[in-house]
Write a protein that binds this ligand. Structure first.
Ligand code: ACO
Length: 434
């Protein structure tokens, strides 16, 4: 992957400040994105940049995922998301994200074998789950359980083999942790993984089997789940991935870094939006199903409502994952012979919003969360588990990005600066004079 740093004067930007011209090198990526390299900015000018939310900041070089938000393009390692969604499996995508190429047959067999052998959780985890309240939201439960893995597998930070083992364990154990957090919340006994089942089928088995009743794993649902996992597998430098990189930059171990990513994903403006979308659709349904009324509320600046599942920091066009999921929703429901009033409402909302001046001028389109919840519901996944599903899917992306940053010679501990706006120096006031 050729990334060039062109030195001045060939392609440098020039900053003019206080009459002094400072050349700043330009960095160009393989898809032509162009950045000003400001690494020497403060040293040479005394200035820092101000970019809340980092909307204009390239925090790293990355060869994993490419997004062109204006054109609605998403590619993992150069492969288009629609093609991967149609032809690939989640474990293939895991390999692709981690190692950069599609796996050959023996490589996929090896990964599958390793993942299958590491699905069990240490029995002490039973007591870990028991210690948590029954009504705990499964996202903090998963974040805590993943952090707790660091206490069971205390790998030294720089040991390659231990890191490889940690990667396999995280991919293998995340569905088990997720299913256990669900079983704990409904008071059912934990169901052990079944190694003869595929990755998504095993998860459905652990979620829905009981010791007295075997769950028949429906291949339509298995494929739908695999598709959802593929679509969530990576999304370059989003909030949770950046969190994983930030924590990893201090050389914290993989489990700790990923646990922080799960916490970041939980927020309603990020992965938590998939839960909010279904709650919004349920609310509209209970309120008589008037989609137009809700769109009007979302546009009203005096009303706090937003059209959840709409808008994206990067996509200023249709999120390609949303169009794949829209079709998948229709297909799954037809194959299951289920009619969903919420899908009707979602399509109506989309229809209205895409013709509405506010949404057009603000470039607000459905994002990945808009349709995913409807499929999760069809799979029987409870609403408070939706964001956990996202976390299972995002796991290989977090890991690949963590690994990449670890191996990046430019990697430094993340330590942004600030513009201080507080009080200037003042004398301490003794208690009796306050
Ligand atoms: N409904 C109504 N108006 C919206 C919406 C929405 N869903 N999203 C953005 N806007 C409006 C804002 O009010 C703002 O309007 P203004 O410029 O007239 O004041 C403008 O669009 C820009 O919004 P920001 O919040 O500044 O955009 P930002 O890039 O910071 O936020 C975000 C992106 C958080 C995704 C936002 O669009 C949002 O809140 N969407 C709903 C939540 C959601 O679906 N999140 C999932 C994102 S995908 C993911 O994380 C997997």
């Amino acid at each position: 992957m050729a990334i060039q740093t062109l030195s001045p004067p060939a392609t440098a930007a020039t900053l003019d400040f206080h009459g002094k011209a400072t050349p700043l090198p330009i960095v160009i990526g393989t898809e032509g994105e162009t950045a000003i390299d400001i690494q020497k900015l403060r040293a040479s000018t005394g200035l820092i940049t101000f970019d809340p939310g980092f909307g204009n900041t390239g925090a790293c070089r990355s060869a994993i995922t490419f997004i062109d938000g204006e054109r609605g393009i998403l590619r993992y390692r150069g492969f288009d998301i629609a093609e991967l969604a149609a032809k690939s499996t989640f474990l293939e995508v895991v390999w692709l994200l981690l190692y950069g190429e599609l796996p050959a047959k023996p490589q996929l067999a090896q990964l599958t074998d390793q993942v299958v052998r590491h699905t069990l959780l240490h029995e002490n985890f039973r007591r870990f789950f028991d210690a948590l309240p029954k009504d705990a939201h499964p996202m903090p439960v998963c974040a805590a359980a993943v952090a707790a893995l660091a206490t069971f597998y205390q790998e030294p930070t720089h040991n390659e083999q231990a890191t490889k083992d940690a990667i396999v364990r995280l991919i293998a154990k995340m569905p088990t942790i997720a299913a256990y957090s669900y079983k704990h919340s409904i008071g059912q006994p934990f169901v052990y993984p079944q190694n003869r089942l595929s990755y998504p089928a095993n998860f459905l088995h652990m979620m829905f089997s009981t010791p007295c009743d075997d769950y028949e794993v429906d291949p339509v649902l298995v494929r739908a789940l695999d598709l959802l996992l593929i679509l969530h597998a990576d999304h370059e430098q989003n909030c949770s991935t950046s969190t994983v990189r930030v924590v990893g930059s201090s050389q914290a171990n993989l489990f700790a870094s990923v646990s922080a990513g799960i916490s970041a994903l939980w927020g309603p403006l990020h992965g938590g939006a998939n839960q909010q979308v279904i709650e919004m659709l349920e609310h509209i349904e209970a309120d008589g199903g008037d989609a137009q009324k809700f769109v009007d509320r979302a546009k009203d600046k005096k009303d706090n409502s937003r059209l959840m599942g709409f808008g994206h920091r990067v996509y200023k066009n249709y999120d390609p994952r949303a169009s794949i999921l829209r079709q998948a929703c229709i297909d799954v429901l037809v194959r299951l012979n289920v009619h969903s009033r919420q899908l009707d409402i979602a399509m109506k909302l989309e229809d209205i919003a895409l013709k509405d001046d506010y949404f057009i001028s603000h470039k607000l389109y459905p994002n990945v969360d808009f349709y995913s919840g409807i499929i999760y519901k069809a799979l029987g996944i409870p609403v408070n588990m939706f964001t956990v599903m996202f976390a299972i899917g995002r796991m290989p992306g977090w890991i690949a990005q963590w690994l990449e940053s670890r191996r990046d010679p430019d990697n430094r501990i993340v330590r942004p600066r600030q513009i201080y706006t507080g009080a200037r120096q003042r004398p301490y006031v003794p208690m009796e004079k306050r």
